[in-house]
Design a binder for this molecule. Structure first.
Ligand code: SME
Length: 138
């Protein structure tokens, strides 16, 4: 699709419903690959504004998922050495990649103020959310 305004509205609505209905989802946002560059750009999100609107591949949890193509569940962000802090209230993070036609084109990123809150059920649920986002984008 070429209707980016509509896509961003739909992605923002997904962020809102997740943040509102799941108490340990405290910051919910999307990052997408910037064309052919090896960097991510912040897309629609809800929660505290972040300075990290551009993240190079490999940097932080998000940048690592851009390279690994795999889910990254972080029960305790303070135990990570390659981590970009957006807020001192964040205790845990989960990042799930989004694939379009087999290519890793971005990710959903969720921060939690609760320590170690994410289970395999969150991974399966967010993989489903990402597959629906993939359908919106392709
Ligand atoms: N913590 C992330 C950076 C993005 S903020 O969580 C919004 C990371 O380490 O990649």
């Amino acid at each position: 699709s070429n209707n980016n305004n509509s896509i961003d509205e739909r992605l923002l609505a997904i962020c809102k419903v997740l943040e509102e209905h799941i108490d340990y989802y405290n910051w919910v946002g999307f990052y997408f690959r910037n064309g052919d560059k090896e960097e991510l750009l912040l897309g629609p999100y809800v929660g505290e504004p972040t300075d990290h609107t551009v993240i190079p591949f490999g940097k932080g949890i998000c940048g690592q998922v851009a390279v690994s193509n795999e889910n990254f569940v972080v029960p305790d962000v303070s135990a990570q050495d390659n981590y970009i802090a957006c807020s001192i209230t964040v205790k845990a993070e989960i990042v799930i990649p989004i694939f379009v036609n087999g290519k890793n084109i971005g990710q959903i990123d969720i921060d939690s103020n609760t320590p170690d809150p994410f289970t395999e059920a969150d991974e399966r649920f967010l993989e489903f959310v990402c597959s629906q986002v993939s359908n919106i984008l392709e």
